[in-house]
Design a protein around this ligand. Structure first.
Ligand code: AMP
Ligand code: FES
Ligand code: ZN
Ligand code: ZN
Length: 311
């Protein structure tokens, strides 16, 4: 029997960068201590009394909710935020998010995209060619907008998301390799506050994805294990994530060093913040007259109306 290097209990997982085999208890401790360190170092919770936790129901955000609840639940008021995107194949995922809030007794807001905004991501997927934009990119706009709007309406001081180390790496490489330096410069663990713009924090941003999955399993957390039906196949993202896991196996800890370097580089080239104004339709912050959510929503609703009139 392989034993945990700290306590001699049966080992559960091998973590090279922690020096070898760990039992469940010590794996859980390693991950939680790592998150605590990231939160402290990047001052993520300074002055935060009410924190939103955006939970999709996937492993990262479910683990995030449980970690935040365990580490800070007695000091910070939590509010879960889940957006039901209206994707038939993901219905279970959003239910699981709610099950987790209930299990912990965390209050939450579940926003149903179809009911509150009149369209679903299943409809967007059907219309995506006519919208001339990939489904995932529209979905990103929708999620960011709704999460920020709920956070603003609820008077939250910040919102935590479950982005992990591999997500950070992938974003950095994808933007750099295509020369999109301005986008790369947005890489950060804490996004800036602005008028009606609530900062987003990424407490898992320096924790490896596989380790988060092991954590979720070690704690028997309930999470959704499937993936979105609209995720493009064979895309660059998958290749970069595969590279990340290979690097982490070959040189444990190096992925984290890379991402820390990227974060510093991004910080150095970050341009001064642009002045925001308020969207003429919805009043939320934007650089344009009408925010990107309202413009895309108008297009979607008009295409849906057109479809209905033809029927
Ligand atoms: P993704 O963009 O799908 O990789 O998700 C990144 C993070 O955004 C997740 O870890 C969650 O914190 C948050 N998130 C994604 N989808 C949702 C959703 N439907 N509702 C609430 N939060 C979400
Ligand atoms: Fe948004 Fe798949 S989760 S398109
Ligand atoms: Zn142990
Ligand atoms: Zn708007």
């Amino acid at each position: 029997m392989v034993k945990c290097k700290y306590c001699g209990e049966q080992a559960y997982v091998w973590v090279s960068r922690a020096g070898g085999p760990l039992c469940r208890k010590h794996l859980i401790q390693l991950v939680e201590k790592g998150v605590e360190k990231t939160v402290r170092k990047f001052r993520m919770l300074e002055g935060v009394k009410k924190l939103g936790v955006a939970v999709s129901g996937g492993k990262d955000s479910v683990a995030l909710l449980h970690i935040i609840h365990r580490l800070y639940g007695d000091r910070v008021r939590l509010l879960g935020i889940t957006v039901d995107l209206g994707i038939e194949g993901l219905r279970k995922q959003f239910e699981i998010a709610v099950d987790n809030y209930r299990e912990l007794g965390v209050p939450y807001r579940l926003v149903d995209l179809g009911v509150e905004y009149g369209f679903t991501m299943d409809q967007v997927a059907r219309l995506s060619r006519r919208l001339r934009r990939p489904v995932c990119s529209i979905c990103g706009v929708v999620k960011r907008y709704i999460i920020n709007k709920v956070a603003y309406e609820e008077g939250l001081d910040a919102v935590a998301t479950g982005h992990n180390l591999d997500d950070m790496w992938e974003f950095a490489l994808r933007t750099l390799s295509s020369g999109r330096i301005e986008e790369f410069a947005r890489l950060s663990l804490v996004s800036p506050r602005g008028p009606r713009m609530i900062p987003r924090i990424k407490p898992l941003g320096l924790t490896e994805e596989w380790l988060i999955e092991e954590y979720a399993k070690a704690r028997d957390l309930r999470f959704f294990d499937g993936s979105c039906p609209y995720k493009p196949r064979n895309d660059l993202r998958e290749a970069l994530r595969y590279a990340a896991s290979t690097i982490d196996e070959a040189a444990p800890g190096y992925l984290k060093i890379c991402v820390k370097g990227f974060l510093e580089a991004a910080e150095r080239i970050r341009p001064p913040e642009v002045k925001l104004r308020f969207c003429e339709r919805c009043g939320m912050p934007t650089t344009r007259r009408i925010c990107s959510f309202c413009s895309i929503r108008e297009k979607i609703l008009s295409l849906l109306a057109e479809e209905n009139s033809i029927k």
